[in-house]
Every structure is written in C-alpha cells, then in structure tokens.
Design a protein around this ligand. Structure first.
Ligand code: SF4
Ligand code: SF4
Length: 385
C-alpha cells in the first residue's frame, strides 16, 4: 500500500491529464443543493478513485480561527458534503490541515466544522508529524505531512481568496498546508522575496500531493487584503472543480479577468510543463472584473549592495493599523526573518530584514496588518511606468 501512495505522490511533468476539465456551477450554502453539486463533481471527476475502504484525506483551508462568514476558511458545509460523499461510497474520510496560526481545536470549533461534521463517521485531526519527501530540484527533499503517505486519495478543498504575496490562494497554493507548522515559515524564508521561486515551490509541493480532485469554494470568496481577516468577503456564488489544480487556477484567473500568467504558480506550472494543453470548461464562467486584488508587490532588482536600502524604502511591506492591534505578538512569533520586535508596545518592523513573506498578515487575528507600498515606492513605480 505504501508503494501505491508513494507513486501517487510523485507524479511528474507530462503525467497531467491532456485536457484540463473544469466544472463550474452556481451554488449557495443551502445544504441540499450544495450537496447535489458537490456529489456531481465527485461522481464526474473521481468516482473511480473513491471506493469501499479507500482512505481519503480531505484538505480544506484551515488558516486560522475564523467563522464561516469571514470567508477566510473553506466553508464547513462544503467539507461536510465531501465527507458525506466519501462515507456514502464506503470509504474512510479524515479531515486534516496544518493551520497558519491558532489551535486546531479552536479553528474546528469557531470555523463551524465541529457542528457541521457532528454525527458523521469522520476523523478530524491536525497534521503533526513530518516526513522527508523529494519534490524535485531545486528544492530536493523537504518535510511534509507524514499522514500523506497513509492515504490513497487526497481531496483538495481550497477557498477563493486574495493573497498579499501570491496574488490569489487557490488550488495549488492550498496544498502548501501539507507542509507542517513552522516548516511552512522556513520555506517562506528560503524562497525569500522571489515570488516566482516561491510559486515553483508551491507547484512542486502540489504535484507531490497530487490531489485526485480540487473543489474550490468560491461561494463566499475573499477579496482585498487576504488571505486572513484583513480581506473582505465577496459573494460570487460559485463552486468549481477539476482533477487539475493548475487548470482550475487558470480558470479562476479567467473568471476574474486576469491573464492566466499573472498568477506566479501558473507561471511556474508553465515552466514545469504542467499546464494541460487545453482547458475544457463545463458550465457558464461569468466575468467578475471588479474583484479587489491586494496591492501588487514589487520585487527587488539591481545590485545586491542596494537590496537593504530598496527593501527599506521602496518595496511593498506589512503596515500596522494601530487601532486594530491587540498586542497579541502572534506576528512577532511567526516572523521567519526576526524582523518584528515588540517592546511592551505595538510591533515594530525592521524592513531591511523583512523578506515580504507576509506570514505576519496571515496570522494576525485582528486584520491589523496589510501589505502597502511606502510613499517612495509609489513614486518610484510611477516614474518607471
Ligand atoms: S515582517 Fe512579516 S512579511 Fe516581513 S518577514 Fe516578518 S512575517 Fe514576513
Ligand atoms: S499586528 Fe496583529 S498579530 Fe501583531 S500584535 Fe497586533 S494584533 Fe497581534
């Protein structure tokens, strides 16, 4: 069994489906119609992978303790419908993730998962242990959730959200949650401010996890300064699904009126040969061209000797709204670059050290941090445009 799981987890370029089939449906969180839509996705796209006895890992976005109406997490009723399908097929579901911040128990309770899944034969547990996995060069062996090896099938359940560093967090980015706890932060640190490099890491992790299906919760999406509480819920009323996370993410770009290569993970997938040659849409894909994106981050150019200066004065950075800060210090605890200090007061940022990973924005429970361009950076951008 272990061998099968290993093969599943290590599909390589060229093994993606020749056609990226993406199903799009109008949807709401109304229990019965939601259930029907989710069941039809699973029936159409991966029924042959979920059989009696199959061990199925369900991977929602469980970033931090937030209620369903905040649109930060995959909605619990979407998770419930998937779990019900798996149980109906005689398979064995486990719901897991490694949150960015907050206790897993609180996320399950506040996020509405405990209530939604009550009475169902499903285990809900946090990824705890890591195991070494080779995701290919240039990253080589990295630490990922050990649990992945024990499951036959992964069902990936991303939320449609903006992301200060990566523009959007969709199907490919959601599997980054399979890197356990602080290891995620370490990888942010290693990937630094180079979004294309980080995008490649995300794609290679997604390829290693190889979900059998990706079902995106775009019913209540998150726009603006996502992916945490700083974002703004936006009703789109859509569920989308595909066996190819890359095809699904490309379809979302089209939905939002963005060139598909605007998303760093799509660019990386293109370089790795993981974009299906054609994408087939089933269902009407509307155009939502007023979706609020986060302020676009600029990258560091020029000689290395100037990087510290550029980081400090020109580069987009996390900025604090003091009125919202409750001094919890979660941002300082998570910062991989040790760029946040708190001396009995609000967080202070050493922008010359900050690598712009935006982990601090992700974990802030109050939405007190947002990515903003400094005045000199805005002027510089204006000049070079
Ligand atoms: S200050 Fe925030 S964005 Fe900068 S390195 Fe630390 S966690 Fe990342
Ligand atoms: S900015 Fe957010 S995470 Fe940091 S101390 Fe304030 S409330 Fe806590």
């Amino acid at each position: 069994m272990k061998k099968v799981a290993t093969e599943r987890n290590f599909r390589w370029a060229g093994e993606e489906p020749s056609v990226g089939r993406v199903m799009v449906r109008k949807a709401s969180y109304n229990g019965e119609s939601l259930r029907k839509t989710v069941f039809s996705f699973l029936d159409n796209l991966c029924a042959d992978r979920i059989e009696p006895g199959t061990r199925v890992l369900v991977k929602p976005n469980l970033l931090s303790p937030n209620p369903p109406e905040s649109a930060v997490l995959t909605h619990p009723l979407v998770v419930k419908a998937v779990v019900e399908y798996i149980i109906d097929r005689g398979a064995r579901p486990v719901v897991s993730d490694s949150p960015g911040t907050g206790s897993f128990g609180r996320i399950i309770r506040i996020g509405g998962f405990a209530d939604a899944l009550a009475g169902l034969d499903v285990e809900i547990r946090e990824f705890k242990e890591s195991g070494a996995r080779d995701i290919g060069e240039p990253f080589g062996t990295i630490e990922m959730a050990k649990d992945l090896i024990d499951f036959d099938v992964v069902v990936n359940l991303p939320k449609l959200k903006t992301h200060s560093q990566m523009l959007l967090t969709l199907a490919v980015k959601n599997t980054f949650g399979c890197v356990v706890g602080l290891r995620k932060v370490e990888w942010h640190m290693k990937a630094g401010v180079d979004r294309d490099h980080f995008g490649r890491l995300l794609v290679q992790i997604h390829r290693a996890v190889a979900p059998a299906i990706n079902i995106l919760d775009g019913i209540l999406a998150l726009e603006g300064d996502g992916p945490g509480k700083g974002g703004t819920p936006r009703h789109l009323g859509l569920l989308m699904a595909s066996t190819s996370g890359v095809a699904l993410d490309m379809a979302v770009c089209t939905l939002l009126g963005l060139p598909t290569d605007r998303l760093p993970t799509n660019r990386a997938a293109g370089k790795l040969g993981l974009i299906p040659p054609s994408i087939e849409l089933e269902g009407a894909l509307p155009l939502v061209d007023d979706f609020q994106l986060p302020e676009e981050a600029n990258l560091i150019y020029g000689p290395k000797s100037l990087h510290s200066f550029l980081r400090k004065h020109l580069l987009q950075r996390p900025v604090l709204d003091r009125n919202l800060c409750i001094l919890c210090a979660k941002c300082a605890e998570i910062c991989p670059a040790d760029a946040i200090s708190m001396d009995n007061g609000p967080p202070l940022f050493a922008y010359d050290r900050c690598i712009r990973c935006y982990c601090c924005i992700e974990v802030c429970p109050e939405g007190a941090l947002a990515a903003r361009n400094p005045p000199a950076g805005r002027l510089f951008q204006h000049i070079i445009r």
